[in-house]
Design a protein around this ligand. Structure first.
Ligand SMILES: [Zn+2]
Length: 294
């Protein structure tokens, strides 16, 4: 079912002329450049969307027919100076994050934090994203890379809408702004009726939560440190516009080690979680009827 769904989605993809060729482990790697199609649902809510994402295909012999969107958080120059609707229906944010609860508009995409060693969060997110991309391709996943350089001109809504239309799940990578290396967690939709009943959250919040919990299990399986029960409620622009399983994963904070070794373990945990998530999706289990059933 996933494959068929994806093919339908991809038929509407806006692909820039030409293929990008890059070297990867000695083999040719090609990517389709994906731009925001103004006809896609919610595309008109984006204000920064002149950039493009890159869609990489796994080797044909190993391909699963599943596309993972890897969204290295932040890295959009000028993104903090403009605003977008927090929710597509214009309602106010319910939980304070970068933007306070009560606001109907959110920063289009913030600059992110700075790690204690002076590395920008955006750079740490990017190095993890690049590691994760290679591991996903090696495991047969196609990969939609939202950002592969310091700057891509795509705000949170543009990133989300591109993922909605070209991927089977969306993982945004972040480091939190705290300073105690508290462990990994994901941001789950707030358990508030007004939010869970709001379209498109109403149709997808259960799969966001399921994806997050499965990734946390995968991260636990490789020995990564988890914060609390691995989840925190947050009212995010990403979640508010997502129509595929979609999470913000906070892989550490400003005090966390972000060496290639540690990020490699995190990437392995994410891949392990995705392997479980998509094998369970293929079996199409019954979805829980209420949040309490999780
Ligand atoms: Zn962040």
């Amino acid at each position: 079912m996933l494959l068929r769904k994806k093919l339908v989605r991809l038929s509407g993809v806006a692909v820039l002329a030409g293929l990008m060729i890059a070297a990867r482990a000695g083999a040719a790697e090609t990517a389709e450049q994906i731009v925001l199609d103004p006809a896609w649902e919610f595309a008109g809510y984006s204000v920064i969307n002149t950039g493009s994402a890159a869609l990489y295909h796994a080797p044909a012999e190993a391909a699963r027919g599943v596309t993972v969107c890897v969204n290295a958080g932040h890295g959009t120059a000028g993104g903090a100076a403009v605003y977008t609707l927090s929710h597509p229906d214009g309602s106010a944010k319910l939980v304070s994050g970068t933007t306070q609860a009560g606001a109907t508009q959110s920063i289009a995409i913030s600059a992110g934090t700075t790690l204690l060693d002076g590395t920008s969060e955006a750079a740490a997110n990017l190095s993890l994203a690049m590691l994760l991309k290679e591991k996903l391709l090696d495991n047969g996943y196609d990969v939609l890379m939202i950002r592969e350089t310091d700057d891509v001109q795509l705000d949170n809504i543009a990133r989300t809408v591109i993922a909605n239309n070209t991927a089977d799940c969306h993982i945004a990578l972040h480091y939190d702004s705290t300073q105690n290396n508290k462990g990994i967690f994901f941001l789950t939709p707030p358990n508030v009726d007004a939010y869970l009943n709001m379209y498109p959250v109403s149709l997808h919040w259960q799969e966001h939560t399921a994806l997050g919990r499965t990734l946390i299990s995968g991260l636990q399986s490789v020995g990564a440190g988890i914060y609390g029960n691995g989840e925190m409620e947050m009212d995010l622009t990403q979640t508010s516009y997502s129509t595929i399983p979609s999470i913000d994963l906070e892989v550490g904070d400003t005090a966390s080690d972000h060496s290639e070794y540690t990020q490699g373990i995190i990437a392995d945990g994410i891949v392990a979680g995705l392997n479980t998530f998509f094998s369970e999706s293929a079996a199409e289990p019954e979805k829980p009827g209420s949040r309490e059933n999780f």
